[in-house]
Ligand binder design. Structure first.
Ligand code: PLP
Length: 431
């Protein structure tokens, strides 16, 4: 049983100055159960109460090598001694840009940003500028960051979305201008027929179709066969830009991300998270013809877009990804973890559906396959929460939120996987 006293005390203190006591709504788990973190190393984290956990949250995905990974941190420490930030470009930036272009097959030109939110915001502007159109098509349950353009139908009760033939875009926050609802079309993920219908009706007005390759913010729901390919085909036909949001999948499911994994050729892809193993760096990259309009009447930039910690963090991370079997190792361990969890559910006779990839997966207590957020909403989310509460109490920390994947990193050891399986086999048995 974890001692949560110190966490609860710090939460009270933090709530005097931060709304909810945190600096992201997603870091708030509830009163008295929100952990405050003291340190992290490798695959483990410690909260302020001294409780230790095997971490499967990996800071919402960026940590691909491990927390406080020495080789990355040493590179960053050495580089920042030569200056943290400049109003001019550095050679290291150029090198990281070249690495990204070499690794990601559809990326011919790239621009850096500081967060996934910024990367998708800029990608959307570029798409609008390139096509001279304004409407963006996105899929229910996909999340592309906090800007107003796509913070629609990320998460709402399924009834609020209306009929799947004519979905209602639902803003995910107060404060988003209603008028932006006229600039967005939302559709269920994996609905090939619905997507075709929407493109026939509105294709010529659509600036961009933006999608995560798998629903990394909704149960890691995988694309059904042909779905991503259909998006590519139709966007070409109608002259819309295809934006593949690889903020979660980039440098995680393959060195070249989902575009390499699925052999896709998007016009623009967006990256962040694993690109820098936790250092603040993001990127939008794609076709020379599309990206090349930046700077020619199209704005993109930012004071911190070439921040040295981010750039040096990416430099060291990409170098390691290219020189060592990082993702293969993660895949092997993740495959074993998924299989062991599945076996525990089978032993108990509880129906379970797994989605995602070994380095980034979700499961749900469900008898039915899950192809979109509407179907996901019918799974036993209360049951999932109960399992996670019990696991966290025993020092294994996936996210409470069933939408958020389990993330693995290179530092997760075989012993971590064994211990996690022991804990979960016991918890599932007692469910
Ligand atoms: C697919 C996707 N796009 C964009 C974002 C936004 O990234 P950031 O939190 O770095 O702004 C996220 C964050 O989780 C994401 O998962």
């Amino acid at each position: 049983m974890k001692n949560f006293q110190k966490n609860a005390e710090l939460q009270k203190r933090a709530q005097k100055i931060f709304p909810l006591g945190v600096n992201s709504n997603f870091r708030y788990w509830g009163e008295g159960i929100t952990p405050y973190i003291q340190k992290a190393k490798g695959s483990h984290i410690w909260d302020v109460g001294g409780n230790e956990y095997i971490d499967y949250r990996m800071a919402f995905g960026p940590i691909i090598l491990g927390h406080a990974y020495d080789e990355v941190d040493d590179t960053v420490a050495a580089e920042i001694r030569n200056g943290l930030l400049a109003a001019m470009t550095t050679e290291l930036e150029v090198e990281v840009g070249e690495m990204l272009v070499e690794m990601c097959p559809a990326v011919e030109m790239v621009r850096f940003a500081c967060s996934g939110t910024e990367a998708t915001m800029h990608a959307i502007r570029v798409a609008r500028a390139y096509t001279g159109r304004e409407i963006i098509l996105k899929f229910e349950g996909n999340y592309h960051g906090f800007h107003d353009h796509t913070l629609w139908s990320t998460y709402a009760p399924a009834e609020a979305y209306g009929n799947s033939r004519s979905p209602i875009p639902v803003p995910a926050s107060s404060g988003i201008p209603k008028v932006l609802g006229e600039k967005i079309i939302t559709l269920p993920f994996n609905d090939l027929e619905g997507f075709d219908r929407a493109m026939r009706a509105y294709g010529h007005q659509i600036a961009a179709v933006i999608t995560e390759p798998c629903q990394g913010n909704c149960g890691a729901i995988l694309p059904v066969e042909g779905f991503l390919e259909l998006i590519r085909t139709r966007t070409r036909e109608y002259g819309s830009v295809m934006i593949l949001d690889e903020v979660k999948t980039g440098f995680r499911i393959a060195n070249g991300g989902a575009q390499a994994f699925y052999n896709l050729d998007p016009d623009i892809a967006t990256y962040a998270k694993a690109l820098g193993n936790g250092y603040p760096i993001a990127a939008l990259g794609g076709k020379r013809e599309v990206m090349g309009i930046i700077g020619h009447g199209v704005s993109q930039g930012g004071t911190y877009t070439n921040n040295k910690p981010g750039v040096a963090g990416a430099y060291a991370t990409l170098k390691l990804l290219r020189s060592m079997p990082i993702l293969d190792t993660i895949n092997q361990r993740g495959t074993r973890l998924m299989a062991g969890l599945k076996a525990a559910f089978e032993k108990k006779g509880l129906p379970v559906v797994f989605n995602g990839y070994p380095g980034m997966f979700c499961f749900a207590i469900s008898e039915h396959p899950i192809r979109n957020q509407r179907e996901w909403a019918n799974t036993d989310r209360e049951g999932y929460l109960r399992l996670m509460e019990a696991a966290i109490d025993q020092g294994v920390m996936p996210d409470y939120d069933p939408r958020e994947p389990w993330f693995l990193c290179y530092s997760h050891s075989d012993a971590d996987i064994d211990h996690t399986l022991e804990v979960f086999t016991d918890i599932i048995q007692k469910f």
